[in-house]
Design a protein around this ligand. Structure first.
Ligand code: FES
Length: 247
């Protein structure tokens, strides 16, 4: 860390106590530099001040999606959020767990429901004839145009930030949510896939694609610019076409 740019920063962590099911507000003063991320700060707090602080992380480089939390009111990845970008007035940083997922402990949330819904949209390539997988010349050949149809939606790192930002997912726990719906479209848009029928059957419901009210907040917080809001609108068009024209 460049010592010339160091400054004191107060990190306020709203930590969930799994036993009493309440929140404890804890304040920690740390030195931060120009490139110190919120995750760096949390790791330092855990290593030098409070070993009881609980949070999840792995890659430290915006790939695994584990460090998703709410930082100064915005669902964000802690490893991609620099303290110097937020603490401009020296007011400190506010950190809490995502509220759109069940809370476990500290800043850690439960992803069981998230992955269950992800599984329900069949997030894999479905082929009528599974022996196709041995045919790498025809069945899986794609043009650039075909690849570009699904590639922008294939960058999802499953961090759950889009669910946290979604007003529908936060009020209706049965709603499939922007992550699962956008990933359903990712596979429908893939020319290699032949499983559209199964996904349409699963998502042509009020808690499926039609539950989305197009607030667009999911796309605003997505750290990979996947644009789930766009994917869901394209999914609605695809479902309507399938029901009205193709079936
Ligand atoms: S630790 Fe992997 S995305 Fe932040």
């Amino acid at each position: 860390m460049d010592s010339r740019n160091q400054r004191k920063t107060t990190i306020t962590v709203h930590s969930f106590d799994g036993r009493s099911e309440s929140f404890k507000e804890k304040r920690y003063d740390i030195d931060s530099g120009s490139f110190t991320t919120v995750l760096d700060a949390l790791i330092r707090i855990k290593e030098t001040i409070d070993p009881s602080l609980s949070f999840r992380y792995s890659c430290r480089m915006g790939i695994c999606g584990s460090c998703a939390m709410v930082i100064d009111g915005k669902p964000s990845l802690a490893c991609e959020t620099k303290i110097s970008d937020l603490n401009v007035t020296g007011k400190g940083i506010d950190v809490r767990a995502m509220q759109g997922h069940p809370l476990l402990k500290g800043l850690v949330t439960d992803f069981d429901d998230f992955f269950q819904k992800h599984k329900e949209v069949f997030p894999w390539i479905i082929r009528h004839n599974i022996s196709d997988k041995y045919d790498d010349t025809e069945a899986y050949h794609q043009t650039d145009k075909q690849i570009n149809k699904f590639l922008p939606f294939a960058e999802c790192i499953k961090c759950g930030l889009c669910i946290d930002a979604c007003p529908v997912a936060n009020t209706n726990k049965d709603f499939m949510g922007p992550q699962a719906l956008s990933q359903a479209y990712r596979y429908i848009a893939d020319s290699k896939d032949q499983g559209r029928k199964y996904r349409v059957e699963a998502l042509d419901t009020l808690d499926g694609a039609w539950g989305c009210e197009f607030s667009g907040s999911c796309s605003k917080v997505c750290p990979k610019s996947v644009d789930p809001a766009l994917a869901i609108q394209l999914l609605k068009v695809d479902i309507a076409k399938y029901r009205l024209i193709e079936k």
